[in-house]
Design a protein around this ligand. Sequence first.
Ligand code: HC1
Ligand code: SF4
Length: 567
Amino acid sequence: NQTVIVDNQVVEINGEQSLLELIRKIGIEIPTFCYNSELSIYGACRMCVVELEGRGIVASCSTPPAPGMKILTNSPRVQRARKTVLELLLANHDRECTTCEKSGHCKLQDLAERFGVRKIRFGERDVKLPLDDSGTSLVRDPNKCILCGDCVRMCSEVQGIGVLNFANRGSKVQVTPAFHKNLTDVDCVNCGQCAAICPTGAIVVKSEIGKAWAALNDSGKLVVAQVAPAVRVALGEEFGLPAGEIVTGKVVAALKRLGFAKVFDTSIAADLTVMEETTEFLERVEQGERLPQFTSCCPAWVKYAEHNAPDFLPNLSSCRSPQQMFGSLVKKYWARELGKKPEDIYVVSIMPCTAKKFEITRPEFTTDGVPDVDLVLTTQELARMIRESGLAFDKVEVESFDMPFGFTTGAGVIFGATGGVAEASLRAAYEIATGTVLEQVNFEEVRGFKGLKEFAVDLNGTEVKIAVVHGLANAKELLRRIQNGEAKYHLIEVMACPGGCIGGAGQPIATDQEVKKARARSIYRADKLSQLRKAQDNPVVAKFYEKWLERPNSHEAHESLHTSYAT
Ligand code: HC1
Ligand code: SF4
């Protein structure tokens, strides 16, 4: 029969591809660096070694189970081998742990502690390689790289970009963009997925906490926050709450306690985006032009399209992202109502995303020298600020978002999960196109983690075909099929990060897919619990049109809420 013996325990083989999978199944946590369930097997770090009778020490991630195998996971030989791997890595690794951005979240630090590495038998490397902090979103420190190749495979396999690779030979091997360029000089889209998977501090998200504290301590500025949909289902994880716990009210309260004068909801701007984008879409369908229409709220996708799919740029929705629409509303209209100058208001976005840090620096989102959004902090950076302040997050009493940007419908919340933008648009498109009330608002077909989701709906006699992709490699494949005439759609949602914004690289680290799934479930639960589920029913958004914007796609709306793309 199909069994193996692991440390004297009989274990059945049940379709597992590797010894690692089989051993983890029985609750033994084999340490790894380069093994990730969503990437290909690389088998280079040697951290996952086990002892196989008759064969000695083998890498468990790349050894398939075979009936009759006898495996030891913690024998003296295994213990020695693991320690040696760690010591060799540490000998080649910058050891300034206390000042590292990744301190406390570093796998190397973790495993060195777990396996009791107290001294390193090998000499320390003395060459210092230059840092790359040229970009808005990431900092790359090759001195902390352990050559596991996770970022390389993430960038090419999941994101279809491939700007990171191995260079040089022997002891000089490095992971770097081509010709040792900076990330800003290659086609990096700032998605940050390389940083999210990096086990050490070799690629990290650029921290801007210092700027946030400085603004909060500047009495001349009214500092306001906007909170992205996906943050509310993830921040709790940083404080020991279960994955996906909805902590919206606590996020608001914590931001208030940190000193933000007002705390607003990006989801209301997502409702506004639905109005603008759906109106634009229905017009294109009627005219039969610039179809398929692509969503444009993901800045990594927009940058990808600019680099790699210029022919499709006219097909992108001209809508700015909700983050940027929000900035525009605050600085252009709300400031005027308050009798303030745009530069006296400092807008901080709390985002799950690293590319949002880049988005705010795009010149089209600066008006008369004043940025529409001043600063982006990731979910993780906010967690760090809360910890710095000493606030006990689990104990803060919940508060509600402030008005006038504090009321959202479920449509604006589901933006945070893959498929959400398409679903929110469908809820509006159906009612606008048919003039009838949509009773069943759930479009299950576009939910979930399948790489490509498709759905067709009858809008007043026209069959409208929708596709949803997440992970840029899936977008790349879809574009190829459209170009070859193999696929035809009317509306396509693209999110760069697997899972959508809930899987953003600024979120608490989650290499386990189940964590992302729990966040997505909570996004849909928050939608279900909302008083209103359709963007077109948001009374506050209706007020914005009445007061400031006239109607969707009006000249004024175009000026403030739309944009164009760089070829
Ligand atoms: Fe997103 Fe969006 S949903 S892009 O994923 O359209 O970041 O959460 O804020 O802007 O609303 C991110 C999330 C976010 C925008 C909205
Ligand atoms: Fe590749 Fe994204 Fe990392 Fe840039 S940010 S190197 S595109 S994975």
